[in-house]
Design a binder for this molecule. Structure first.
Ligand SMILES: NC(=O)C1=CN([C@@H]2O[C@H](COP(=O)(O)OP(=O)(O)OC[C@H]3O[C@@H](n4cnc5c(N)ncnc54)[C@H](OP(=O)(O)O)[C@@H]3O)[C@@H](O)[C@H]2O)C=CC1
Ligand code: HEM
Length: 535
């Protein structure tokens, strides 16, 4: 299957428009600042002292300002969640763009790291220039107190250190391997901003305030007549002296210099206050008491924690943050449940003997709910949900909502593909699947739900033994799913329709699905790719 332009635009168009806009704005402000500092009259003397280092350090600083303000906005998750649920963001395209907020955050974060390297490199050159090109003529321009002095920049060094820690701890392997390290290191962002705001009040780089009275390169008044014969030989200001003579530019006063108002404050304070306000709101909401109603152990090291929280209301598909990662509430009633795969000592802390342990349970903090791509499952006529292992949780809460009432949604057909390594994993939600299947048959919509379960490590023919899971028996297949064939089949039954594809599965599966969604479909079906990301 080759790439289809129509599918590519449906899946990648909006994202790439934003990316191109962001790149263009970054390139434009870089270039504009670069030119200003290289040829602006008010920076003439500073440029003479620092050269290209000045232009590059200032241009990269502007891009850093832009990105340090943008990086926080996509992480205002509560605001995005509200936006997603309101009529203001009524188009599906816009909502799908909101789902790319984490990608945009990472892009801005990487840009901050790249431009910090450029900025630091340029300033290292500036530090040397400040020292070796100490100006006796314009002492106010100097940062060094005498020729040869090296200029320290404590805040700059601290910023580099914090950014380095954040960058290394943000790598995919750390996020997947030990989320806590990522999380705690990432919270250094607040230190980063405090130091950044201090960093820019240093006022090391100064502009000339009186270019009218003292045009750059003008001839000091006391030199015009007395030294008129020596002008051609003057080396100070080379061309400009000659030019000034021709144009009869004589300084009316001495050059005055002044540091800029720290522009970074204007760029950063708004988003920083917005994000801090949102974090404060989340902190208060998070502290509202959560009562653990039950803790149930499921096969394959999965626990289900059922909870109760005052005025907690989640839309089906939304996510929550709990210690150990993110998960999805599986019910939309008074109680809500989360399924967590045990990877450390989480469960031992929660419930050492795996019994109902509500009396002795520790306090649990729940942050959320937050908007997520799975909320869109209901907004297509046809949706395909592909889950791998524990990645089934967002879709389980979709099933719960359908079990409550499936008629109120636009959704008319749901393909549900679940791939697991162990047979026992299917027991996590086997009851729910059978319940929904039964209900749809009773209500004369057997075609509504199409279930396919794939067991990838079966040594011999296996099946769910319990009789009550009979509806799933014929739906259990051995081996990995043939996603290409599945897409062709779905395409044939849904010609010229827009089908929503939702994935919460290991990288290999999501990559293949993404590729298939961008591929040409002979049936004219457009598959819109939506990915649930938990790292
Ligand atoms: N909701 C939540 O709370 C959380 C969700 N997650 C999400 O759940 C996902 C699954 O996690 P986990 O349970 O550890 O998954 P597993 O590693 O157990 O994999 C699940 C299944 O996917 C199959 N699979 C892997 N690669 C491919 C492929 N290229 N094509 C077809 N099948 C493939 C595996 O088959 P095989 O045996 O052949 O490899 C396996 O049967 C994570 O990637 C993450 O996105 C993660 C953490 C929390
Ligand atoms: C190196 C590039 C970066 C990467 C790869 C990265 C990655 C991430 C990821 C994946 C998240 C989401 C965490 C989750 O949902 O669980 C996140 C959140 C966040 N990041 Fe970054 N980040 C980077 C740089 C930065 C920078 C430079 C800052 C600010 C100085 C920053 C500030 C934040 C904030 C405030 C959050 C939100 C936490 C929350 O509210 O839940 N990040 N980052």
């Amino acid at each position: 299957m080759g790439l289809s332009l129509r599918s590519w635009i449906a899946n990648e168009g909006g994202k790439h428009c934003i990316l191109i806009t962001w790149l263009s704005v970054s390139a434009w402000i870089f270039w504009r600042t670069f030119i200003l500092y290289c040829s602006g009259a008010e920076y003439h003397y500073l440029h003479k002292m620092l050269g290209l280092g000045l232009c590059i350090s200032r241009a990269s600083a502007t891009v850093l300002n832009l990105n340090c303000s943008l990086v926080l906005l996509p992480m205002c998750r509560s605001i995005l969640t509200v936006l997603r649920g309101t009529r203001q963001v009524s188009s599906k395209k816009a909502r799908r763009l909101l789902d790319k907020s984490k990608t945009f955050h990472v892009t801005c974060g990487v840009a901050i790291c790249v431009f910090s390297v450029v900025h630091v490199g340029a300033h290292l050159v500036n530090v040397v220039s400040f020292s070796v090109r100490y100006s006796d003529e314009f002492p106010a321009l100097n940062v060094a107190h005498y020729r040869g002095q090296s200029v320290p920049g404590i805040t700059g060094v601290l910023l580099v250190l914090v950014l380095f820690l954040m960058f290394t701890a943000s790598s995919h392997s750390v996020r997947v391997g030990n989320y806590e390290i990522f999380w705690y290191t990432h919270n250094l962002f607040i230190l980063f901003y405090v130091v950044l705001l201090m960093h820019v009040v240093g006022g090391a780089l100064k502009y000339q305030t009186n270019v009218d009275a003292h045009p750059p390169g003008c001839i000091p008044a006391n030199q015009t007549r007395a030294h008129s014969d020596t002008w051609p030989n003057q080396e100070v200001d080379g061309e400009l002296v000659a030019e000034s003579r021709e144009m009869s530019l004589v300084c009316k006063e001495d050059a005055h210099f002044q540091p800029h108002f720290p522009q970074t404050w204007l760029w950063v304070l708004g988003p920083l206050c917005l994000y801090c306000g949102e974090r404060l709101y989340r902190y208060i909401r998070c502290n509202a008491s959560v009562t653990i109603v039950s803790v149930v152990r499921h096969p394959c090291d999965v626990i289900e924690v059922r909870m109760l929280k005052n005025s907690f209301k989640a839309r089906p598909g939304q996510t929550l943050t709990v210690p150990g990662g993110l998960t999805c509430p599986t019910e939309n009633k008074e109680t809500f449940g989360i399924h967590v795969r045990v990877v450390g000592d989480w469960t031992d802390v929660l419930c050492p003997d795996w019994k109902l342990c509500c009396a002795a349970c520790p306090r649990l903090y729940v942050d959320g709910p937050f908007g997520s791509p799975s909320e869109e499952v209901f907004n297509y006529e046809v949706s395909v949900c592909v889950a791998g292992g524990i990645g089934v949780t967002p879709f389980a809460c979709i099933m719960h909502a359908l079990l409550d009432e499936w008629r109120r949604y636009k959704l008319q057909r749901l393909y549900f593909v679940w791939v697991c390594r162990e047979l026992n994993s299917f027991y996590w939600f086997a009851e729910l699947l059978c319940g929904l299947h039964r209900k749809l048959w009773e209500q004369n919509r057997p075609d509504y739900l199409n279930i396919r379960l794939y067991l990838t490590t079966a040594q011999e023919l296996q099946n769910l033994t319990d009789e009550k899971y009979r509806p799933l028996h014929s739906r259990l297949l051995i081996g990995r799913p043939k996603l290409k064939l599945l897409f062709e089949e779905i395409g044939r039954s849904n010609q010229h329709k827009k089908v929503g594809v939702f994935c919460c599965a290991p990288k290999g599966v999501s990559r293949e699905l993404h590729k298939l969604c961008n591929s040409f479909s002979a049936s004219g079906t457009v598959f819109e790719y939506n990915k649930e990301s938990f790292s």
